[in-house]
Design a protein around this ligand. Structure first.
Ligand code: NAP
Length: 507
């Protein structure tokens, strides 16, 4: 028997560190780390000790013998990684999750007289918390955690789908640092509103911004702002009870929803829209969302990809999970022959191959999705770019797409754009308008000594939760090197004065 890593792998490599026989790859020292969709256990080397399963923060590692249902495929998926040559596996996986950062250093070697630092971290999502963890476990630093929302957790709390409880568990791993004796936390405190960036910097040796990508990308097509055309960011925040999204922000009275984009967020929203609501009842889903889903008229979700199945941004594991969704059919719209040909020709570890076995037909869009006898379904429509959200006044009637055989209107009552997040500028920091990120060198903000970035505001909005561990290791490494080189600006006040200031301002 051996262990296998399954769907919820977070890539943070906690398992790699505890494996006594180095059977989990790619490791943080290998080129492919940060580029593969997940990590894999080599069944030939695994000694079945279970140390990795105990250490995994998201319960993704299981004995092969205990895998059931859709998880069974992970035995082969793990083994297949080691059957490819290392070059092939590197190349096959370099995709949207690839980040070209230096080798991470998780062990910190500091001079014996290194004085404890006082570091403020803005944002309590995964990126900020991995940075806090690194500082707290490897140095004697004091950390001030700041979040503009009244609840900590960032995207772990407000971005992970409720039917992914193992991934949500990652929040528990971070939460143990909220009450760490060297941590002070300020929730509901917004930098730029309650305190200025200068005030924060003046009371700390360094400030790390881990503010993520706070807004969504826009399509820039006519009709995008009609009621019923919303961003997946809003939809995700709605079902996760984000305090800034109203309980009635989403109307599920349409039978067909078009989701633009082929990333994991698109799969998340499609899955939630067609799942049996009772399977969500015991999750952390917002009460208002559960009630709305129980009343929902949605029968069909069309996933619109502007490229082909070989270029989809979703991960194989999330697509596999969709294939096992109870009472839901999947269909590939074979409106052009190239789509089927690509799926048939795909190699066993290629993304398009996961769609083998999924039904295919050229969809007749004039047939309403609620036609008698049809189950809820998700339709993959590749090679299709949206050009207009059509309708009368505010109401949506269709999404017009182009590609393949020309233009077509797909009748729909709701459109969700899931085309990626985007960072927003931070007062006083440089900003790259093209990438929506803050320019930096190894995490140090360009031209701003003592100011650092980590996570999506640093490297752009891609990569799952665990990718932030390596990203944080790089930023913290740069910060500590700057401290050792005496390159941090001297603060004029201490954290205690800052805590008093924060309390006063928040009133
Ligand atoms: P993403 O992975 O970057 O996917 C964005 C999708 O939108 C791509 O299919 C892209 O197509 C498409 N797109 C972009 N601009 C478009 C346009 N103008 N018209 C039509 N399509 C357009 O973004 P995401 O889904 O927001 O995910 C962000 C990150 O979070 C990813 O790394 C993802 O894996 C991670 N995440 C993970 C999970 C999970 O593990 N369960 C869940 C949610 C998010 P092109 O490829 O053609 O550009």
């Amino acid at each position: 028997m051996a262990f296998a890593i399954t769907q919820t792998c977070c890539n943070d490599a906690t398992c790699v560190a505890v494996c006594p026989v180095n059977c989990i790859h790619p490791t943080p020292d290998e080129r492919a780390f940060g580029s593969t969709e997940m990590l894999y256990v080599d069944p030939k080397t695994c000694i079945d000790c279970g140390a990795c399963a105990d250490a995994c923060p998201v319960d993704a590692i299981l004995p092969v013998d205990s895998l059931t249902g859709g998880q069974r495929e992970y035995a082969d998926i793990n083994a297949a990684y080691f059957e490819q040559s290392s070059d092939a596996s590197d190349a096959a996986d370099l995709g949207p999750n690839f980040h070209d950062w230096g080798k991470p250093t998780f062990a910190r070697v500091l001079p014996p007289d290194f004085r404890p630092l006082r570091v403020a971290i803005v944002g309590t999502g995964p990126a900020g918390m991995y940075a806090a963890e690194d500082l707290l476990l490897h140095t004697r630093s004091e950390v001030t955690l700041v979040d503009r929302l009244p609840v900590a957790g960032g995207l772990v709390r407000y971005g992970v789908a409720p039917d992914h409880p193992a991934t949500k568990k990652m929040g528990d791993a971070f939460a143990r640092f909220y009450t760490h004796p060297r941590v002070r936390m300020h929730l509901g405190l917004e930098v730029g509103a309650h305190v200025t960036a200068e005030e924060l910097a003046a009371h700390h040796d360094a400030v790390i911004y881990a503010v993520g990508a706070a807004t969504d990308r826009r399509l820039g097509i006519p009709g995008e702002d009609r009621t019923g055309s919303i961003s997946a960011t809003t939809f995700v925040a709605w079902y996760n009870a984000h305090p800034e999204v109203a309980p009635d922000a989403v109307d599920l009275s349409a039978e067909r929803v078009v989701v633009v984009g082929n990333g994991n967020v698109a799969l998340d929203v499609a899955r939630i829209l067609v799942s049996d609501p009772e399977t969500l009842a015991d999750t952390e889903i917002a009460g208002h969302a559960l009630e709305a889903l129980r009343r929902s008229k949605v029968r069909e979700v069309v996933l619109l990809g502007r490229r082909g199945p070989e270029h989809a941004a979703y991960t194989r594991s999330e697509l596999l999970a969709l294939k096992h969704l109870p009472e839901v059919d999947l269909l590939v719209d074979e409106h052009d022959a190239q789509i089927g040909a690509t799926i048939d020709a795909a190699g066993p570890t290629e993304k398009a191959a996961v769609l083998r076995g999924v039904a295919r037909e050229a969809v007749d869009w004039s047939v309403p999705p609620g036609v008698a006898g049809r189950r809820r379904r998700i339709v993959f429509r590749f090679h299709s770019t949206p050009v207009e959200v059509c309708g009368e006044n505010e109401d949506i009637r269709a999404v017009r797409v182009t590609g393949g055989g020309g233009e077509l209107e797909i009748p729909a009552g709701m459109a969700l754009r899931a085309i990626g997040y985007r960072g927003v500028p931070l007062a006083g920091l440089p900003f790259d308008e093209v990438t929506g990120t803050v320019p930096h060198e190894g995490g140090r903000v360009t031209g701003r000594p003592g100011t650092y970035v980590v996570g999506w505001i640093k490297r752009g909005p891609s990569g799952g939760i665990g990718a932030n561990r390596t990203c944080a290791a790089e930023t913290v490494g740069t910060l500590l090197a700057d401290a050792v080189a005496d390159a941090l600006p001297a603060p004029t006040g201490g954290p205690k004065a800052f805590h008093r200031l924060a309390r006063r301002r928040r009133r």
